[in-house]
Structure formats: structure tokens, C-alpha cells
Design a protein around this ligand. Structure first.
Ligand code: PMP
Length: 362
């Protein structure tokens, strides 16, 4: 069976080795005579999987001891709400950098909770770039936090360095580039990510939160929406998404087998270069959406000369076995999502296909 050349934006390609391991344990995990989905979430077998996932994530990301790792549900989208609910005090302001639709959505939810302000925005350019750190305007006297989206899945831009604030934590939606490169977790107050790009299947959301931000005074918040509830019970307050956490543990083992985030970063840089080179060497036939120094190594977005060319490209790509190359419905064009699990060889095949398409298109 030939696996698809999968460039989906999320849910996205998973490492084949992970799927094979899961297949081998599908009917009987750890000699329990049950699948992982049939285990009690309070059983020793599941507890070991759960603890292993947390320990591996801490090790791989080098997460300092003053941070808690939480496995939540509701996707990154629920974090758009939980972050301001838990961290935006009524006498303070939440600052947001707008770099695409996901940061707009995050801001929209925060506005419902408290005072907000746009600290910088690339909207007027149709989100082709990441604002320079110096452009970010905020008042350290009233800032509750600054929120950024580290990788913009739809527009294909990515932060290369992160702003550092005086007196306020940096909050990052890292849904589409977590584990794609080495980051210094201590520079962030809170990181959140839906799993369905670099971490595993959808269904689990990872939150990495500095312990002093877990606010025990928020007794009026609904129990499930307080970080403290989940921190206190090691993310087992209610039934967790056991299958997703199990698959996450396998993906994290795979990340280690690859040599960790440093090696994945090298690989992702090489993968992205193949496709950006195909764009840059096409004499303007393909145009990248992002300006070069804001280009994402996870989502490569580009357009062709006109709608007819785009349609032909997508049709021929589909016939050749490529999946998921259409751009997001909000911006059109094309997008190749090349998360950790997408092999270099698939990116090389796509670059070659792009070159051939350009040569033969008339
Ligand atoms: N943030 C970013 C950067 C995303 O790419 C996505 C999903 N594609 C989301 C948030 C929303 O995630 P979810 O569907 O898990 O709520």
C-alpha cells in the first residue's frame, strides 16, 4: 500500500513508524488484553502512558521545573478563551500581535473577557510578514500579557525571534510549529498547541504554563476552565482523551528517535528550502505569499499566475498522488504543510512536480 504524499494542514501526516507501533498494539496493549481505548484512565497502564508523555515532552523541550504540562481538550480554540479568563485581570490589558486569522480569533475571544489592545498588526499587508519586535507597542504598566501566534498556518509566516516583555508574560499559540525547532521555554509564560500538526491526532491540547500563572484565586471560573483544576489533578480531573495521549507518547518517542528538536529543525529547514527554491527559481511563475524573512518552515504558501493555472496545478497534483495542496479557503492559492512527519523525499517530489508543471504549463 502506497502512503499518500500528504501535505495536509491539520490533521496532518503522522510518522509511519508511529502508526505501525499503534497498529501492533491495537488489540492488546502491554498484555492487558485490551486496546488503549478500553483501559480505565485510572489504570496503572494508562497512568504510565500519561506520565511518560509528560516526561518526554519536558525532556524534549527542556521545560524548566517551574512549568506545568497540561493535557486539555477543546483544541487551541478553547485556549483563545481560557488564556484571558485565567490571566487577564480586570484592571489590566491583554496585548495581541495580529499575524493572521488565528490571532484575530484569539483576540476576538479575549475581547469578550476584558480589556485588549492590538500591539502590532500585519493585517494591512494581508499578513505577508511578521512585525519586527521593535514595532510591538505595549504599556508595561498595565499589560497582563502579550499574545503571539508563533506560526501562521493559513498565511505561511513564522516568528524567527520572540519579543521579550518587561513585567508581563509572553503567551504563544504554538499549534503549528511546536517541536519543529528548539525554543527557550523560559521566555514564555504560557504555550499552547492543538496536537493535530506536530504532536499527534486531534483531541488533545498541550498547555505549558509557568507555575506562578496558575491562579488559585479564580474561584468564580467554571471548574473545567481553570488551569488550576487541571494542574492540581495532573490533567486527570475528568476523563482525558486517552487514545490521543497514547499517540502523543508514540510521536514523542519518535521525535527522540529522530535526534530531538535540533535534528528536526535541520530537517525542516532543508525541507522548506526545497519548496521555496522551487518558488524562487520559477521566474515568477510561483509567488510566495510571505516575504522571505518571515517565511514559515511549516506551511509554504504560494500562488500561480491565475485561477486557471491554480486549478490545473491542483488537479494534476492530485492525480500524481499529492494531497492537501489547496490553500486555505480564506486566501486561496496553494499551501504545502510540511510538519515534522512529512519526509524530505515528499518535499523533493513536490519541488520536482512544481518545476515540471511550470515547464509544461501553457
Ligand atoms: N491556532 C493555530 C495557529 C492553528 O493553526 C489552529 C488550527 N489549524 C488553531 C489555532 C485552532 O486549533 P483547533 O482546531 O485545535 O481549535
Amino acid at each position: 500500500m502506497k502512503r499518500a504524499l500528504n501535505f495536509n494542514a491539520g490533521p496532518a501526516a503522522l510518522p509511519e513508524a508511529v502508526l505501525q507501533k499503534a497498529q501492533g498494539e491495537w488489540l492488546n496493549i502491554e498484555d492487558t488484553g485490551m486496546s488503549v481505548m478500553e483501559l480505565s484512565h485510572r489504570s496503572n497502564t494508562f497512568d504510565a502512558i500519561h506520565s511518560k508523555s509528560i516526561a518526554l515532552l519536558k525532556e524534549i523541550m527542556d521545560i524548566p521545573d517551574n512549568y506545568e504540562v497540561l493535557f486539555l481538550q477543546g483544541g487551541a480554540s478553547l485556549q483563545f478563551t481560557m488564556v484571558p479568563m485565567n490571566l487577564l485581570q480586570s484592571d489590566r490589558k491583554a496585548y495581541y500581535v495580529l499575524t493572521g486569522s488565528w490571532s484575530e480569533k484569539a483576540l476576538k475571544e479575549a475581547k469578550k473577557i476584558g480589556n485588549t489592545e492590538i500591539a502590532a498588526s500585519a493585517k494591512e499587508s494581508n499578513y505577508t510578514y511578521i512585525p519586527a519586535v521593535e514595532e510591538i507597542a505595549y504599556n508595561p504598566a498595565d499589560a497582563a500579557y502579550l499574545h503571539i501566534t508563533t506560526n501562521n498556518t493559513i498565511y505561511g509566516t513564522q516568528w524567527k525571534g520572540y519579543p521579550q516583555l518587561e513585567n508581563a508574560p509572553l503567551i504563544a499559540d504554538m499549534s503549528s510549529d511546536i517541536l519543529s525547532k528548539k525554543i527557550d521555554v523560559s521566555k514564555f509564560g504560557l504555550i499552547y498547541a492543538g496536537a493535530q500538526k506536530n504532536l499527534g491526532p486531534s483531541g488533545v491540547t498541550v498547555v505549558i504554563i509557568r507555575k506562578d500563572l496558575i491562579n488559585s484565586s479564580l474561584t468564580n471560573l467554571p471548574t473545567m476552565l481553570q488551569y488550576e483544576t487541571h494542574a492540581k489533578s495532573n490533567s486527570l480531573y475528568n476523563t482525558p482523551p486517552t487514545l490521543a495521549i497514547y499517540l502523543l507518547s508514540l510521536v514523542l518517542e519518535w521525535v527522540q528517535d529522530q535526534g530531538g528538536v535540533e535534528k528536526l529543525e535541520e530537517m525542516n529547514t532543508a525541507k522548506a528550502k526545497l519548496i521555496y527554491d522551487a518558488i524562487d527559481n520559477s521566474e515568477g511563475f510561483y509567488k510566495g505569499h510571505a516575504v522571505p524573512d518571515s517565511r514559515s518552515h511549516m506551511n509554504v504558501t504560494f500562488t500561480l499566475p491565475d485561477d486557471h493555472a491554480t486549478k490545473q496545478f491542483l488537479e494534476q497534483a492530485k492525480a500524481a498522488g499529492f494531497v492537501g495542496l489547496n490553500g486555505h479557503r480564506s486566501i486561496g492559492g496553494c499551501r504545502a504543510s510540511i510538519y515534522n512527519a512529512v519526509p524530505l523525499s515528499h518535499c523533493a517530489e513536490l519541488a520536482e512536480f512544481m518545476k515540471k508543471f511550470k515547464e509544461t504549463y501553457s
